[in-house]
Design a protein around this ligand. Structure first.
Ligand code: MRU
Length: 349
């Protein structure tokens, strides 16, 4: 099943990822052993999507440290901090990256006198615990989220918040996969998601593997489909959600939220609780990644614009909480007032 696609594998202590830049033409796994390979994998979007980046970073940290021939526990802690700091710098918006690395570092703090061997075993089991918990969170998001989906719904999604962006099931796509399993017929409209086409290349591919009725649209077509009442729910993922519910997600999500509000269409954001960042008061404090202008000037290797045209290329935007109907999480669906309900839901995270 499509929701069981595993973009990240940990097999016999080695890390492999699907190179998502090659999809949908080629399904190929890559080995990741060094810090350079891990940095490149995140920056080039070979591995991508907020939960997947977090899971990957944890396992990459383990793989890299295992390949370092560490001499003693002091060196192990020092190298863990160095590698974590480098990995954190690769992409700034998705909080899951720093969250996973900090979680592992904190859990290893108690290991002061241990052998390097024990240290490595400990961080490996902590990274695998994150993998398992995030996968289970996505399964639960599917269960809670399928309750908002009805037979015959037209659902719009943006970017890729499916199995490829997590480690199975997905966030925004998990409720769709489960609805299908429950026998509901739904049609999913997939925004192509310029500039890097995560919708066209990844979501359309993933949904079709799952035998879900899929309609690919250009990013500028959503408004007319809403006016024609072909879309009656929007579900997206998230890269970081502030305490007040402001949500950073793939560029274009904000415009969709305004279109949905204008047309009175519910707008849901599906995410594991690891994507909330309570240290951030509102969306203005979320760091936004700006990417290479060539991504906009070119499609693949071909220029579609003058080579020297000025470009603006933010990878994410912030949707104000007031445009969001509810958050679908592994702990249930969170409705407004967001600040109060998010803080209460996350208390025992
Ligand atoms: O630049 P990307 O492809 O990493 O952006 C991914 C998104 O914006 C997703 O919607 C988000 O990370 C949620 S993934 C479950």
């Amino acid at each position: 099943m499509a929701y069981q696609i595993k973009p990240i594998l940990w097999e016999n202590g080695s890390l492999k990822i699907i190179d998502q830049t090659l999809l949908p033409s080629e399904l190929k796994y890559l080995d990741i052993k060094t810090i350079e390979e891990a940095e490149d994998a995140i920056k080039s979007l070979r591995v991508r999507g907020a939960p997947a980046i977090g899971i990957f970073a944890g396992l990459a940290l383990v793989a890299i440290l295992k390949n370092m021939n560490l001499q003693n526990i002091m060196e192990a802690h020092r190298k863990m901090s160095e590698v974590s700091e480098r990995l954190k710098k690769t992409r700034p918006t998705a909080v899951n990256l720093a969250w996973a690395l900090d979680y592992i570092k904190k859990s290893a703090e108690q290991l002061k006198e241990d052998s390097v061997e024990n240290f490595l075993l400990w961080i490996e089991s902590t990274a695998l615990e994150i993998y398992r918990k995030e996968t289970e969170a996505c399964r639960m998001i599917g269960i809670y989220g399928s309750s908002i989906i009805n037979e015959g719904d037209g659902i719009l999604t943006h970017c890729n918040a499916g199995a490829l962006a997590t480690c199975e099931y997905g966030t925004a796509l998990a409720p769709i996969y489960l609805s299908k399993k429950e026998g509901k017929n739904v049609k999913v409209f997939v925004d192509e998601t310029r500039p890097l086409f995560q919708g066209a290349r990844l979501t359309a591919w993933e949904l079709m593997q799952g035998d879900i009725q899929t309609v690919l649209i250009c990013d500028n077509m959503a408004g007319v489909l809403m006016r024609e009442r072909k879309i009656n729910i929007v579900i997206t993922g998230a890269d970081r959600v502030a305490r007040n519910g402001d949500t950073a997600n793939k560029i274009g999500t904000y415009s969709l939220s305004i279109l949905a509000k204008y047309h009175n269409i519910p707008f849901y954001v599906a995410l594991p609780t690891s994507t909330f960042d309570l240290s951030v008061k509102d969306g203005s404090e979320i760091p936004i990644e700006y990417r290479n202008p060539e991504e906009v000037r070119k499609i693949g290797e071909r220029y579609i614009a003058p080579k020297d045209v000025e470009v603006y290329n933010p990878a994410f935007d912030v949707t104000p909480g007031e445009n969001i109907t509810a958050f679908i999480t592994e702990k249930g669906i969170i409705y407004p007032p967001f600040e109060e309900n998010i803080v209460r839901t996350l208390k025992d995270r």
